[in-house]
Design a binder for this molecule. Sequence first.
Ligand code: GLY
Length: 303
Amino acid sequence: MPNDPVLVVHGGAWAIPDEMVNAHLNGVRNALAAGWTVLNRGGSALDAVEEAVVIMEDDDTFDAGRGSFLNREGRVQLDALIMDGATLRAGGLGCVEHIRNPIRAARKILSESPHVYFVCEGAERFAAEHGIPLCKNEDLIIPREVERLREFQARLSDENPDLFAPTISHDTVGSVALDGAGNIAAATSTGGTLNKAPGRLGDSSLIGCGCYADNESAAASTTGWGEPIMKLVLAKWSADRVAAGNAPEWVALEAISHLENRVNGHGGIILLDAQARFGIAHNTPRMAWAFKTATQESSGIER
Ligand code: GLY
């Protein structure tokens, strides 16, 4: 391989409680292993980020795929985006309710549609027409999330409920990769925020907000409270600063400072360029992350 590959994944930025740390670490390590298998056999960055994200969508630990947060009507609504840094092709979908692995459908949009973005029933119809099986919404709902929504809605009558506290889970998942051919890619998938209004779309599936990839700048995936991230178009903000010559490690820290200082946001970011330089940053108490290069492998919940 002309280039040594790099893979970075995240599994959400929030105050991950002690009893959930192992599940988060196992989840991001499993995702890393799946993505690395692709890169190690000479596969593309695009395939690697898709496979890494599928593992986390399938893991009930995370707010993506089955086990996601419920919206205020008790339904799962999922958003995802995947982007190829070599071609700038992208596939995104929002507010889907009957797809177990939205990132697989996003990849089909990238590969097989002249369009970039689908929502709601149209997204599901496109997915079904391209071989993605549909499921019932109930198949995506787990008892933990029914109880979480019930508790949250009971607190809405409190005098000063902090509805966006970092103690509330933001387990959006994502991955960025560099492959042996020197191309980068990014993928992000989420169930969005707890008790969201039906039809609410967050940052994760919007190009340049929750996900971005361009070989000439960087690949980025964000996690956290989506509305502030969207206002700053944070993934593209970060990629632009890498293109201007700054190291991703520094830009990731700057992006999270900008998020906090400009719009009082909280969350995290993983950022990687085509020179194999990467950064991981968050301003939440914890963020699940893992990375692997030809010479190093690490994972953790604080950075
Ligand atoms: N970052 C996930 C969301 O706000 O939807």
